[in-house]
Design a protein around this ligand. Structure first.
Ligand code: FAD
Length: 543
């Protein structure tokens, strides 16, 4: 709005920068460091009051990383990785947050970050080839480069349950947990959802609450985390080989070098050897089982061998056969929704104070002032916890009203699903970059590896432009179309599209169904991106 802009300029809330980065999670922090080192005046705008992103917001009990801590960290500075020591196999949320804090301090990042400020709108001006980025504090920043480092899982899904805000007692959302924590002692608690966050939180809540009822729609495949303290020896061994390890991460399918992916499809592996691999994979974390057969995520029979094995294990962990059956997933192949790692999740249902409600049998009707009503009746609670997931991949990007060339709204352009080139750039939106954007490997990988790859690629691209005196870069429609087709073709070679997952937008009512992550692997993807850069940015137009 023209008048508003004039007023803002008049009031002096109009500033200039070379680059604006939205978000101060691991992506925004590293992006700031890189651009600052290149001499760009860079502003970071962050909604929270501190750094850390995901690990700032998700403070629910039991929140933890599912990637081993020695691998879930930045690799850009050999001194940083010598300087920091992880204490457990899987780091807790507080430990990761203090790592983010440590990084911010080490590189003095906070001086260029504006906290407690949300970017609401961004408009591209074709005459000046600049973006104007507007905030909810009334600031307008003019910048040449506009980088969305807003996270794939940073916008909790609005609970799509009737009456969700009619409940009289306190409600909590796992992705927006209060900083002071929540004491459930003596309380009758409901948890809605059984995805990753719920699976981590439920065992902790059950220990405090007088009574816990878990409302489950779709059961998850969860594997035992096998978390434990790291020994000094393990930490120093990794510090001795970190440089090699970082290379292995970069050229690995998921950014997780161990265990290595088998080369044979399941059909070529004899039964006893299959069983041996499954037993081994069971304790090897997130990729322990999917790496055991080359076709685990592409062939139904191969996948079923793994899924059957997990189902048996789930049943062995739960005493009541009926509850065990309810907790066992059948409706989608293993790995096509993000697998979970847990500590005592299934065993929690052996406790006397824990009840499971199967929403497939007795559907949720509504939240009431007193509690929760399903088709089986109403149950009263003191507290309700919503662990109902995220508006993933596109949620944070589309919350900002982004207007490209000709005033085109990104929301309109993506009405039928996100289209990008490489998940980094968008036709019609020059000099806008999306870190771990849709159609890049992002959530199918160790995200630290994917974040660093994108930040490096974007920074190198900006450096290349500046070296040639170029003002703008944007992908062609044709390149974007080709990338979309390639993405879809790759996804259709796998079992991923079979699941109603958040990867495909199925968890948010009305969201277009497109598979939003690049499935061919972090390694292949990196090579493609590097080749495109080396070719002088094939598929992009510059001016
Ligand atoms: P984020 O950390 O999400 O940061 C984005 C920031 O942008 C946020 O702080 C947000 O406040 C800010 N922001 C967004 N929109 C705006 C706006 N309009 N204005 C201002 N600020 C804005 N990944 C793994 O690889 N392994 C794991 O085990 C793992 N576990 C996870 C567990 C949970 C509970 C969640 C939610 C995610 C997990 N992830 C995991 C994914 C995780 O999001 C990434 O690993 C990583 O932290 C993402 O960093 P980011 O900087 O890209 O985004």
């Amino acid at each position: 709005d023209y008048v508003g802009d004039q007023i803002d300029q008049h009031l002096g809330r109009y500033s200039q920068a070379d680059a604006v980065v939205v978000g101060a999670g691991f992506a925004g922090m590293y992006q700031l460091k890189r651009l600052r080192e290149m001499g760009l005046k860079t502003r970071v705008i962050e909604a929270g009051d501190d750094v850390g992103g995901t690990w700032y917001w998700n403070r629910y009990p039991g929140a933890r990383c599912d990637i081993e801590s020695l691998g879930y960290s930045y690799g850009f500075d050999p001194e940083l990785e010598q300087d920091w020591s992880w204490s457990e196999r899987y780091a807790t949320q507080p430990e990761i947050l203090s790592y983010a804090e440590h990084v911010a301090k080490r590189y003095d990042l906070k001086k260029d970050i504006t906290f407690e400020t949300r970017v609401t709108r961004a408009v591209y001006d074709e005459d000046t080839s600049r973006w104007t980025i507007y905030t909810d504090t009334g600031e307008a920043i003019s910048a040449k480069y506009f980088i969305m480092a807003t996270g794939c899982l940073s916008v909790p899904k609005e609970p799509d349950i009737e009456g969700a805000d009619s409940f009289k007692g306190p409600t909590y959302v796992t992705g927006r947990w209060p900083h002071e924590g929540v004491d459930f002692t003596g309380k009758k608690v409901a948890v809605i959802g059984t995805g990753s966050s719920a699976i981590q939180a439920i065992p902790h809540i059950a220990e405090q609450a007088s009574q816990l009822t878990v409302y489950q729609r779709t059961p998850a495949y969860s594997l035992p985390a096998g978390n434990r303290p790291l020994t000094n020896q393990e930490v120093s061994d990794m510090k001795g080989r970190y440089r090699d390890f970082r290379e292995e991460q970069k050229y690995n399918f998921a950014g997780i070098p161990k265990p290595e992916r088998a080369l044979e499809p399941a059909a070529m592996v004899p039964p006893e050897e299959r069983q041996r691999r499954l037993e081994e994979g069971w304790t090897q974390g997130l990729t322990g089982l999917t790496t055991k057969f080359a076709d685990a995520l592409a062939d139904e029979e191969s996948n079923a061998i793994i899924a059957d094995f997990i189902r048996e294990r789930i049943k062995a962990r739960v005493k009541d056969p009926e509850i065990a059956e309810t907790l066992t997933p059948y409706s989608y192949p293993f790995g096509t929704k993000r697998p979970c790692l847990d500590t005592n999740f299934y065993e929690t249902f052996n406790r006397d104070n824990v009840t499971l409600v199967d929403l497939r049998k007795t559907p949720m009707e509504k939240v009431t002032p007193k509690g929760i009503k399903t088709s089986a009746g109403e149950e009263a609670f003191d507290v309700i916890v919503f662990a109902t997931g995220f508006d993933a991949m596109t949620g944070a990007l589309l919350k900002v009203d982004i207007r490209g060339k000709g005033g085109t709204a990104l929301r309109d352009k993506w009405a039928n699903g996100p289209h990008t080139y490489l998940g980094i750039a968008i036709a019609g939106f020059p000099n806008l970059f999306t870190i771990t954007g849709p159609s890049s490997p992002s959530v199918l990988s160790n995200m630290m590896v994917s974040i660093e790859q994108h930040v490096d690629w974007v920074s190198d691209c900006i450096g290349w432009m500046r070296g040639r005196g170029l003002e703008t870069i944007e992908p062609t429609e044709a390149a974007e179309e080709e990338w979309a087709e390639h993405n879809e073709a790759m996804a259709n070679q796998t079992l991923f599209p079979q699941a109603n997952s958040w990867y495909i937008g199925a968890n948010v009512p009305g969201k277009p169904r497109t598979f939003m992550a690049y499935v061919a692997g972090v390694d292949v993807y990196r090579i493609i991106c590097d080749q495109i850069a080396a070719s002088g940015y094939h598929g992009f137009e510059t001016a």
